[in-house]
Design a binder for this molecule. Structure first.
Ligand code: COA
Ligand code: AMP
Length: 629
């Protein structure tokens, strides 16, 4: 069956479609029913089944003869090490770590925060949680202590699994002081922390709370896989929303196993045994779905990459890894390819490596600009597939189902809706738009298995954020259009979320930090186009009356505050001190207009603007820092 037949078969019988896909999973109790309608537009999938995620990702492959196959290749140009771990070795490692957690009293349903760099132990930690039914919440290493504290208080973990440090080019990131600071700040305290000591920088352990990762595993019985209900949360992953409080996206166990397994062949076109590589981080959804769970559930070899696209040591790293490990499908963010292209515009590094085993490059996480796609297509001589999805969905909403049928690529479009998703373009009143017309992108409910059923401890916020604007639909937060062939085009966010180097960030959260500066009376943060990172945050602050300090000093303090409170990943550098902010008569800051001015784009004067003259002031201010040319 090709794409159209497959999509039609899902439309004809959505539940039958997913029950069939469920046959690829090993169940303790097989599902008898796919969808559970919980009323009020809330849905769950496969709630009556029982299953274990770790068993499906590890143990079953050992039982089925893949024990000697490499499960994880850790390639770390930053430490100059390469390690291969087989499925059989994974089973031993994960069972031992799960045993250590169980010995510390962690049981099914307990939350466990994982704060780790790109080392195999990060995957061990995720899978060890899955093994005993604990609910993990991985926090990206580039977040500051304060962000970690917010997550500790929201998901109240019994245990935290962390490493002593992470490694960034030219800099060791000491995780332990961040962890200790976060626990100090948080009201909730974990019972125990398991700390992986890395030789690049070890740390002190807090007596009575911290245990050494390996010592904690000594003398404890390895843990068996605990079957959980299909709707048992596998994990919580926090993502940026409009406000400073991150949203805890919940992922149920059965749905994500089924959906991820389906995508490995149908979208990424890999067969069990093939090497699959997603160059992302376990702290992001791409890391959850396509560094850890997806490839392992499907019996692939996954590459855990600790490095950067450039500088570790050069712009040939991606291609070296693809050749050396015979990567068949490669997934990264457009920003990474832009970084490589900037460093090696002629693609000379590409010609140094044998990429004959590579079938295609997949891009996601932010808009894939045509220049980047065209460059990659030409230099690699391989298909380049953009695909669009979100933390909330956990897998592709729109993509090119190359394993089913490679559809023609239209540059600028992530291609078509995947089975499970009835994607519609709606106007403000919720009416479907015609082909080619811009609107909000919404998905008719129910969402497919593997997508978020709710937000952690925040069902009302879930409904308000996603379900109320367009009754009967999930609001994606993206705007765009669809052409006559059903190809989607993703144009912009409809909220205050920005995308910096493929990282999703909240301008609202940055505004909350700036507003806390004692000299700042009012502020706004917008995302402006950036040739490398897609977008960069730009802050505008109005100072309190009587503040007479040098503006550069205040700008530097603002940058430090965002770095200290949100983290280096926010890449917040620029602050403009202005006399006033452009607003509507009702007081709403005209952020979108500021972005247009900064980017020297055409814009319509907002009818409700309070004082149009202010736009000239803003333009002049933006020109002083190189924008609004
Ligand atoms: N732990 C600690 N700090 C981290 C970190 C981590 N895991 N990841 C990033 N940072 C820091 C960086 O060191 C940098 O700090 P600096 O301000 O001191 O230089 C800052 O956060 C910003 O990092 P980043 O956005 O990665 O920018 P960069 O300039 O270091 O690198 C790219 C630019 C394009 C090479 C890089 O962003 C990249 O590889 N992007 C791919 C994105 C990606 O995989 N996204 C996942 C979604 S698919
Ligand atoms: P995240 O939840 O971090 O994966 O970010 C999801 C958001 O990133 C989406 O809602 C989009 O705004 C953006 N995004 C992800 N992939 C794409 C893509 N292929 N094209 C355009 N935007 C994308």
């Amino acid at each position: 069956m090709g794409y159209h037949e497959t999509y039609a078969s899902w439309q004809d019988d959505p539940e039958g479609f997913w029950l069939k896909a469920a046959e690829a999973i090993d169940w303790d109790v097989a599902p008898t029913q796919a969808l559970f309608d919980r009323g009020d537009n809330l849905f769950e999938w496969f709630a009556d089944a029982r299953v274990n995620g770790c068993y499906n990702a590890v143990d079953r492959h050992v039982e089925n003869g893949r024990g000697d196959q490499v499960a994880i290749i850790h390639d770390s140009p930053i430490t100059d090490t390469k390690t291969k771990i087989t499925y059989a070795e994974m089973q031993t490692r994960v069972a031992a770590l799960a045993g250590a957690m169980a010995a510390q009293g962690v049981t099914k349903g307990d939350r466990v925060i994982i704060y780790m760099p790109m080392v195999p132990e990060a995957l061990d930690a995720m899978l060890a949680c899955a093994r005993i039914g604990a609910v993990h919440s991985v926090v990206f290493g580039g977040f500051a202590a304060n962000e970690l504290a917010v997550r500790i208080d929201d998901c109240t973990p019994k245990a935290i699994l962390a490493a002593s440090c992470g490694l960034e080019p030219g800099r060791v990131v000491a995780y332990k002081p961040l962890l200790d600071g976060a626990i100090e700040m948080a009201s909730h305290k974990p019972d125990v922390c398991l700390i992986l000591q890395r030789e690049q920088q070890t740390c002190d352990l807090v007596p009575g709370r911290d245990l050494d990762w390996h010592a904690a595993q000594e003398g404890v019985a390895p843990a068996e896989c605990v079957p959980v209900e299909g709707n048992h949360p596998a994990y919580i992953l926090y993502t940026s929303g409009t406000t400073g409080a991150p949203k805890g996206v919940v992922r149920h166990t059965a749905g994500h196993l089924i959906a991820l397994n389906w995508t490995m062949k149908n979208i990424y076109d890999v067969n069990p045994g093939d090497v699959f590589w997603a160059a992302s981080d376990v702290g992001w959804v791409v890391g959850h779905s396509y560094i850890c769970y997806g490839p392992l559930i499907h019996g692939n070899t996954t590459v855990v990459f600790e490095g950067k696209p450039i500088g570790t040591p050069d712009a040939g790293t991606f291609w070296r890894i693809i050749e050396e490990h015979n990567v068949r499908s490669f997934f990264t963010a457009p920003t990474a390819i832009r970084a490589v292209k900037r460093e090696d515009p002629k693609g000379e590094f590409i010609t140094k490596y044998d990429l004959s085993g590579l079938r295609a490059l997949y891009l996601a996480g932010e808009r894939a600009d045509p220049d980047t796609i065209l460059w990659a297509q030409e230099k690699l001589g391989k298909p380049v597939y953009d695909h669009w999805w979100q933390t909330e969905t956990g897998f592709t909403i729109a993509g090119n189902p190359a394993g089913l049928e490679a559809l023609p690529v239209k540059i600028g479009s992530p291609t078509v809706a995947m089975p499970g998703y009835d994607v519609q373009i709606l106007d403000e009143a919720g009416h479907p738009q015609k082909a080619g017309e811009l609107g909000a992108i919404a998905i008719k409910l129910p969402l497919p298995p593997g997508t978020l059923p709710t937000l952690w401890n925040a069902e009302d916020r879930y409904k308000k954020s996603y379900l109320t604007t367009f009754p009967g639909y999930y609001e994606t937060g993206d705007a765009g259009m669809m052409d006559d062939d059903g190809y989607l085009y993703i144009m912009a966010r409809t909220d205050d979320v920005i995308n910096v180097a493929g990282h999703r960030l909240s301008t609202g959260a940055m505004e909350e930090v700036l507003a806390g500066h004692p000299d700042v009376a009012e502020c706004a943060v917008v995302g402006v186009s950036d040739a490398l990172k897609g977008q960069m945050p730009l802050g505008m602050v109005c100072l309190s009356k009587g503040v007479n300090r040098p503006h550069e000093e205040i700008a530097a303090e603002c940058a430090k505050r965002v770095r200290d409170q949100i983290g280096p990943v926010a890449a917040y550098k620029q602050t403009l001190v202005v006399d006033r902010l452009p607003k509507t008569r009702s007081g709403k800051i005209l952020r979108a207009t500021v972005v247009k001015i900064a980017e020297s784009a055409d814009f319509k004067l907002p009818a409700t603007i309070d004082d149009p003259a202010i736009l000239d002031e803003i333009k002049a201010a933006l020109q002083t820092i190189g924008y609004a040319k």
